[in-house]
Structure formats: structure tokens, C-alpha cells
Design a protein around this ligand. Structure first.
Ligand SMILES: [Zn+2]
Ligand SMILES: [Zn+2]
Ligand SMILES: [Zn+2]
Length: 97
């Protein structure tokens, strides 16, 4: 099995999604394009195509480096520190309903 390019998987927690939408957009009444879920704490935030980029903002504010797509049919993960996207065999796939 190839080594994952990301070395931060030990930070991944036993998470559940904090919300079914971007929790920060919901608070301020903003709209988002796609959703990402923090795999360290379960924070759900919006993607970089969204006006408020709350998933990336969460990384800058809290320092949690790993997200998974929260879109149906997408299983990819991304690490901000390594700037690499990858998939994790056997990991649960999360998505909003
Ligand atoms: Zn990493
Ligand atoms: Zn947002
Ligand atoms: Zn987090």
C-alpha cells in the first residue's frame, strides 16, 4: 500500500457532522456552493468557491488541517498543511442530505 502524502491523519477524530449546512453561513444568513467537513472536530463549512470560504477559515482560525468533501458522491479528503487531496480506504463517506 502506498504511503499517504498526508502525515496528519493522527489528528482525525471520531467525528460527526456539526450541521447539515455550513454552520457559519447559517448563522449569518449567507449562501454557500459546496460543503466540507473538518475531520478533526466535525465542523461543517463552505468551500473556496463560496463567498465566505468557511472551511478554509476554520483551518486558519482553529488549525484543524484535514477536511473531507461533504458532498454526496464525493469521498476525497484534503490536507491544508500538505496541500494534497487523497482518499482513505475504508473510511466513512460523509455528505449532507
Ligand atoms: Zn497532512
Ligand atoms: Zn460558510
Ligand atoms: Zn475542526
Amino acid at each position: 500500500m502506498p504511503e499517504l502524502a498526508c502525515t496528519h491523519l493522527d489528528q482525525v477524530g471520531d467525528v460527526t457532522p456539526s450541521s447539515n449546512g455550513c454552520e457559519d453561513c447559517l448563522r449569518i444568513g449567507a449562501k454557500w456552493v459546496h460543503l466540507r467537513m473538518c475531520m478533526v472536530c466535525g465542523h461543517v463549512g463552505c468551500c473556496d468557491q463560496s463567498p465566505n470560504k468557511h472551511a478554509t477559515a476554520h483551518f486558519h482560525e482553529i488549525g484543524h488541517p484535514i477536511i473531507q468533501s461533504f458532498e454526496p458522491g464525493e469521498d476525497w479528503w484534503y490536507c491544508y498543511l500538505d496541500d494534497v487531496a487523497f482518499e482513505v480506504d475504508g473510511a466513512r463517506s460523509w455528505s449532507h442530505s
